[in-house]
Design a protein around this ligand. Structure first.
Ligand code: C5P
Length: 401
């Protein structure tokens, strides 16, 4: 199925009667999962108001190249960089001519030159204008430069003529936009990743925690986003910036992490437990700061719930992946964990080697599943994350999930 999850579509609307259909097009693109921002030419604003498209897209509509205020928000270069696709619909005869000439005399044509994103044009004009040799030459020049075309459709036109030149239906344009993207390995899958340490409070100012940086979990989130997944990170306290298109739910304790994960499970296809969850928490959290007193005090700890095992035991469990950080007998312990926690896959690594693992940029791992395993050699965490996501996608596909 066609998707536009995680895709930024910059919709350029030029001034023809079909401009009113861009409202429906914004909706169709969003329905396929895209984030849409709109640029309107001056002519387009004669047919439909920026306010309409602002309300539908949820973002201010961009109209002027030389508006200092607008450029402060998201200027033409930011827009050009933001776009994964520049879609022009409707593309009038004049706009095609200006694009073909490489002009930069308004915001839309300037962004078209400034962006590296692919371009999709949906022409709309009177049938005779479409048939004119000048338009045909412009279209040939533009497609020759790699721009894609959808439509125009044939039929009765607003001016009463019959022939080619009608704007293609919004649903058809949206699907053509989706078809331009190669499907990612996890396109449209819903992935939840736990990351970082948990903090288990002792009193209002103290806690028990560990040295997990969260880097591996966040690298997995980036790789999942890049593979087209709708990605949520349930994150303990870390000093990391999340990938642009991932949602982050911040938690502190293991029990909060479990609660948030369980809430997400009805809408989750793949669960990756990368967090270094504290196995124990203080039996009681003191309401007041614990005062200095005797030379020795005893801290009583109780077991925390096992998040990944709880998820794996659920009735409608997602494809569930755990991690096993071990200091010896790595593969034996990992296989045992795979079975005991009823996981679909486990990523095992040896953390006795201080140069990899917890706070390092590097890592290496062996990925195990019920009837197979794959060693992944020492490499940067983001590269390792990409390989793990590839293996997960392969197993998910093999299981027909
Ligand atoms: O048993 P162990 O803690 O070594 O298992 C590690 C795996 O289990 C990791 O995937 C970790 O995120 C997960 N885990 C969990 N909840 C816990 C403890 C571990 O989800 N309370």
């Amino acid at each position: 199925m066609a998707h536009l999850f995680n895709r930024n579509i910059l919709l350029g609307v030029s001034g023809g009667i079909a401009a009113y259909k861009s409202a429906e097009l914004v909706r169709q693109l969003q329905e396929l999962g895209a984030t849409v921002r709109v640029i309107m030419t001056r002519g387009a604003q004669e047919f439909i108001t920026p306010l309409t498209l602002q309300a539908l897209s949820g973002h201010p509509v961009h109209t002027d190249l030389l508006d200092a205020e607008a450029e402060q928000g998201m200027g033409h270069i930011e827009l050009a960089r933001w776009a994964d696709l520049l879609l022009v619909a409707p593309a009038t005869a004049d706009l095609l001519a200006r694009l073909a000439a490489g002009r930069a005399d308004d915001l839309l044509t300037t962004v078209a030159l400034a962006t590296r994103a692919p371009k999709l044009l949906a022409p709309a004009m009177n049938q005779q204008m479409w048939r004119d040799a000048a338009t045909a030459a412009n279209v040939a020049a533009l497609t020759g430069r790699g721009m894609a075309l959808v439509g125009p459709a044939s039929g009765e036109q607003a001016c009463g003529d019959v022939g080619p030149g009608r704007l293609e239906e919004p649903a058809v344009i949206a699907r053509a936009a989706a078809d331009l993207f190669e499907d990612g390995l996890l396109q449209g899958r819903r992935v939840v990743i736990t990351a970082g340490p948990t903090r288990e409070a002792l009193d209002p100012v103290r806690y028990i925690s560990n040295h997990s940086s969260g880097k591996m979990g966040y690298a997995l989130a980036q790789a999942a986003v890049d593979a087209g997944a709708r990605t949520t990170i349930v994150s303990g306290p870390v000093h990391l910036t999340a990938p642009d298109r991932a949602r982050v739910i911040a938690v502190e304790s293991a029990r909060q992490m479990l609660e948030e994960c369980l809430q997400l499970m009805p809408e989750c296809d793949i669960f990756i437990a990368c967090a270094a969850v504290a196995d124990y928490r203080p039996a009681a959290v003191q309401e007041q700061k614990i005062k200095k007193g005797p030379d020795e005090i005893t801290l009583q700890l109780v077991r925390n719930p096992d998040i990944v095992a709880t998820v794996a035991a659920g009735a409608q469990r997602p494809f569930t992946v755990g991690f096993a950080a071990e200091t010896r007998d790595v593969l034996t312990y990992a296989r045992d964990k795979l079975q005991r926690k009823a996981l679909d896959m486990i990523v095992a690594n040896d953390v006795s080697d201080q140069s990899i693992g917890f706070n390092s940029e590097l890592n290496e791992a062996v990925v195990l599943w019920r009837d197979g395993e794959q060693a992944l050699g020492r490499t940067g965490k983001s590269n390792l994350a990409r390989q793990i996501i590839q293996l997960i996608a392969g197993r998910v596909a093999a299981q027909g999930n």
